[in-house]
Structure formats: C-alpha cells, structure tokens
Design a protein around this ligand. Structure first.
Ligand code: ZN
Length: 171
C-alpha cells in the first residue's frame, strides 16, 4: 500500500509531512493541474452545467455532469485557477465517473471531511485514493476553498440544479 493510502497513521499536514510524502503530494498535484483528466465540456440530454467560482483565489470551473437515471455516466470540467483547484477537479472527475448519484454525493461529504478536518469519516476515506493527499489544506482556510470548489459544483449538479455556485456561501 502506498504511503498516501494510510493517512491515519501519517497525518498529511505539511508540517508533519516527511520528504517522500511531500514529494508525492507535489508530483500528484502538479501532474493533475498540468494534465487535467476529463477536461472539456458535455452538452445534450441529461447534461447539467454548473459554473463555480472561488473569488478569494480567482479559481473558476465549468462542470458538466451527464446523469443517466441514477448514475453519473460522464463528467468533464473546464476552467482555470490554481494548481489545487485544478487538481482537485481532475481527481474528482476520475473518482466520480460511473458512480451512482448517492455514492457520488456521499463521496463529496467524505472529501469535505478530509479537507476541513470536520465530520471526518475515516472508514470511508481509503476509497478516496489520491484525493486524501489534499488533507493538508485544512490548515489553510483559503486553500480549503480551492480544493472544495469542484465538489461544491458537483453537489449542485447532482441535485440537477444548473447555475452558479461560489465558495463564498456556506455549503
Ligand atoms: Zn485556488
């Protein structure tokens, strides 16, 4: 098991991160922000488009979720922003694609726990894979918003509410 998959033994706060973990964090975040997965747009039947912005950092996202019945059959995003916002969105699309709506929504809750440090669900966190690397942002409130942006958009899309979300409003 890679070291990042056992965050409960090794807290990922930057102060406590060992060099290996810090390197992994940086390489994963940079890789996803430079080569975002599922980057693009989706249009047509069953597609919900949500625009999200995080004015405190300048991050923007356009999230496109295709729902077929109770399943997220496709998901893409476009946008611009800091490495954390882009990497979080990229990893999110990989994790959510193909999931049932309830499962996707539950994952959004688990991820919120990881990045805020509140209402954590340790038993569900291993499922989140590389997204656990973002745990360290909980020490930096501005960065929490960057990591949360794509997921706020996801939750709105899962509720089939097209439109805008902003990190300036409480979840
Ligand atoms: Zn940001």
């Amino acid at each position: 098991m890679p070291s990042w998959a056992a965050p409960h033994k090794q807290r990922l706060s930057p102060a406590l991160m060992n060099d290996e973990l810090r390197e992994l964090y940086q390489s994963v975040i940079l890789d996803h922000s430079r080569k975002p997965r599922n980057f693009g747009e989706l249009h047509g039947e069953g597609c919900v488009h949500v625009h999200g912005d995080n004015p405190s950092c300048g991050d923007e996202i356009d999230l496109f979720v295709k729902l077929d019945g109770d399943r997220v059959t496709d998901i893409k995003f476009s946008g611009q922003g800091c490495a954390i916002s882009q990497a979080s969105a990229s990893m999110m699309t990989q994790k959510i694609k193909g999931k049932a709506r309830a499962e996707a929504s539950a994952m959004a809750g688990v991820f919120r726990g990881i990045i805020t440090g509140k209402d954590r669900q340790p038993e569900a966190e291993d499922e989140m894979g590389e997204l656990q690397l973002l745990e360290g942002v909980q020490h930096f409130p501005q960065r929490v918003k960057c990591a949360a942006l794509a997921w706020r958009a996801l939750e709105q899309a899962l509720a089939e509410n097209a439109g805008d979300v902003t990190t300036e409003e409480p979840a």
